[in-house]
Design a protein around this ligand. Structure first.
Ligand code: ADP
Ligand code: ADP
Length: 230
């Protein structure tokens, strides 16, 4: 569970977050929807401790990134907004590397890596160099890295940006599977349609503040077809 309360963050004179508050619950997919510059990335980075907010509080399963950074990182998986793959390495090597950073060793390491390869149905690509991989294949490597340590919470920053329709559909199915397992999933997007198709709850943010927080059905009734396309 993720709890954000009254978060403030100013860069120089830009107010990126201006009293942001919302919660994301276990067993649900929560969408953080807003136009470019709304503060989505700043919010997500505060959750894994990459950014120190000026004030307000962030909790992940009741823990604070500032003082319990290691525990928090164990509990969250991160699908970053720009993920780089090493072209000379295979997906298996990518996944093992991140798993080792999380402290997995020996048999547990092997088991978890094999589990995620099976779960994401990537056995056919796992020992090929990633050079020349499609967007969908790259997405799977990044997602495998995000969930190899079985985090309770999964955070995705604009996961479908740059993905084709097929890869987006695969990602959606995988997220539904993770929700079934009771995980707390929080992802950001600037496309209402995508959020509506995927989420149990939508938090709309503009200029660092929440302007709406409801189910997709209720929001569509209120706003019609809202979108923040670039
Ligand atoms: P979003 O992810 O919704 O596009 P961001 O969190 O990236 O929003 O940005 C929110 C605002 O903060 C924007 O105006 C952006 O230009 C500004 N901003 C983000 N990161 C920095 C930074 N490192 N330095 C200065 N301004 C920043
Ligand atoms: P996104 O759209 O995913 O929020 P951006 O492409 O806007 O990401 O930002 C890329 C990087 O540049 C981030 O590390 C962000 O913090 C930083 N950044 C964004 N806006 C500014 C800014 N006005 N000044 C300095 N750094 C910024």
């Amino acid at each position: 569970m993720i709890n954000v309360q009254d978060l403030m963050k100013t860069y120089n004179d830009v107010k990126a977050l201006n009293g942001l508050s919302f919660q994301a619950h276990d067993g649900e997919i929560t969408g953080l929807l807003g136009p470019n510059g709304a503060g989505k990335t700043t919010c997500l980075r505060s959750l894994y401790g990459l950014i120190q907010p000026d004030s307000g509080s962030v909790e992940v399963d009741g823990l604070t990134p500032k003082t319990q950074a290691l525990d928090v990182r164990r509990r969250i998986g991160i699908f970053p907004d720009k993920f780089g793959l090493h072209e000379r390495l295979t997906p298996r090597e990518h996944i093992r590397y991140i798993a080792q950073l999380h402290g997995l060793k020996g048999e547990v390491l092997d088991t978890q890596v094999e589990r995620v390869i099976a779960e994401l149905n990537m056995a056919d690509i796992v020992d090929r160099r990633t050079q020349g991989f499609s967007q969908g294949q790259r997405m799977k490597v990044a997602l495998a890295q995000a969930i190899v340590h079985q985090p309770k919470n999964l955070i995705l920053d604009e996961p479908s940006r740059g993905l084709d329709v097929m890869s987006t559909r695969i990602l959606r199915e995988l997220m539904f599977g993770l929700r079934e397992q009771g995980r707390c999933i929080l992802f950001s997007s600037h496309v209402m349609q995508e959020v509506a198709a995927l989420c149990d709850r939508v938090v709309i943010m503009v200029k660092g503040q929440v302007v709406a927080n409801d189910t997709p059905a209720a929001l569509c009734e209120q706003t019609g077809e809202a979108s923040f396309e670039d």
